[in-house]
Design a protein around this ligand. Structure first.
Ligand code: CA
Ligand code: CA
Length: 235
């Protein structure tokens, strides 16, 4: 019984190691101004086709620091701020993120009132395949727009107001390390009858499986031809 458990662990370890290696690279930065900002996406490199880009995730975290002085009438002051960022590569729209802040603050007489408020948003770009040719080598344009509203009734209750913003962004590049010898589905350094047998046992629709060498979601004669043309030791 003990031995069976150990074999089970070894088999699980082998299966994990034989799967394609997936990894992530994170690029972080800050945007401190409104309008257009260029960001060089220089953290991902496809290593001349050895890495496949799977997804790009953008996380935006915004902090708003504001302050105001009031008449001290006692009427609450309502603040609503929307901060939007749009991401473009040349004319192509990639994604948009939006943070929204709102709060009700007291209308006090004793000098200025200051506050910090935060929000965060996340977006995942599905069309990472379309980004792969230029990502790592080119810039994107980020357009930042803020919409501020301050309400009190009567409005004269707000004597003075202002706000500043810090937006931190994170780009996460998810990628897969591609095998230099994709037809070696058993990962033993040789394309031989074992790979052929593995292919036959996975025959038919098979998304995301190593036997689908051309990545079209089906194990069929096209993949079989890839195995035959790569027959022998891997380069
Ligand atoms: Ca093999
Ligand atoms: Ca296929």
């Amino acid at each position: 019984m003990q031995r069976k458990i150990i074999y089970g662990v070894l088999l699980a370890t082998y299966l994990l190691n034989s799967a394609a290696l997936a990894d992530e690279i994170v690029q972080e930065g800050e945007i401190l101004e409104y309008g257009e900002v260029e960001i060089l996406l220089d953290q991902f490199d496809d290593m001349d086709g050895a890495y496949q880009l799977d997804f790009v995730q953008i996380d935006l975290y915004s902090s708003m620091h504001g302050g105001f002085t009031t008449s001290g009438s006692g009427t609450p002051v309502f603040i609503s701020i929307t901060y939007r960022q749009d991401y473009y590569h040349e004319a192509q729209s990639l994604a948009g993120t939006q943070c929204h802040f709102q709060d009700t603050l007291p209308n006090i007489a004793s000098g200025a009132y200051s506050f910090w408020i935060q929000d965060e948003d996340q977006v995942v770009i599905d069309d990472a395949e379309g980004m792969a040719p230029w990502i790592g080598k080119d810039t994107i344009t980020v357009t930042s727009i803020g919409d501020f509203s301050w309400y009190a009734d009567p409005p004269e209750d707000i004597l003075d107001c202002g706000a500043g913003l810090v937006a931190e962004y994170t780009f996460t590049y998810g990628y897969t390390v591609l095998s230099p010898c994709p037809a070696d589905v058993t990962d033993d350094g040789t394309v031989d009858v074992l790979d052929l047998l593995a292919m036959l046992s996975a025959w038919g629709p098979c998304p995301d499986c190593p036997e689908d060498i051309n990545g079209d979601g089906v194990v069929d004669v096209l993949d079989l031809l890839e195995v035959l043309s790569a027959w022998g030791p891997c380069p």
